[in-house]
Design a protein around this ligand. Structure first.
Ligand SMILES: [Zn+2]
Length: 116
């Protein structure tokens, strides 16, 4: 379970980070351990670029799913791009996230080529 440090920054455990990753939508044509999709902008995230704000166009951070009824439980976190936090559609993204996860998403190779 995550907790707040004395500066008011959320500290995550290994389990929180793992759960946040696993809560994000999978891509049908990529390994779920390596690539997932940001449910906000629908672009992919790379597992290896965790917390990478500088190179992290496809990096990721754990974001609370529900800030309306906030909980520090691991299950309340989902991986998203660092820059997408401000675009979260609602305070409670539970339903939106579930809807996105029910659809099939594929990794777009052409976009990846352009980013190299
Ligand atoms: Zn995103």
């Amino acid at each position: 379970m995550a907790k707040l440090d004395e500066k008011g920054i959320i500290e995550f455990t290994e389990e929180d980070i793992e759960t946040a990753w696993n809560n994000s939508p999978e891509l049908v044509n990529k390994e779920a351990q390596e690539f997932r999709m940001c449910f906000i902008c629908k672009f992919h995230m790379k597992r290896k670029e965790f917390n990478n704000l500088e190179l992290g166009k496809f990096g990721w951070i754990p974001e609370p799913i529900n800030i309306k009824n906030f909980s520090f439980e691991s299950a309340n976190f989902v991986a998203i791009h660092p820059g997408c936090s401000e675009f979260r559609p609602k305070d409670d993204c539970t339903k939106i996230l579930n809807k996105v996860k029910k659809m099939l998403w594929a990794f777009d190779e052409s976009i990846y080529e352009n980013e190299k």
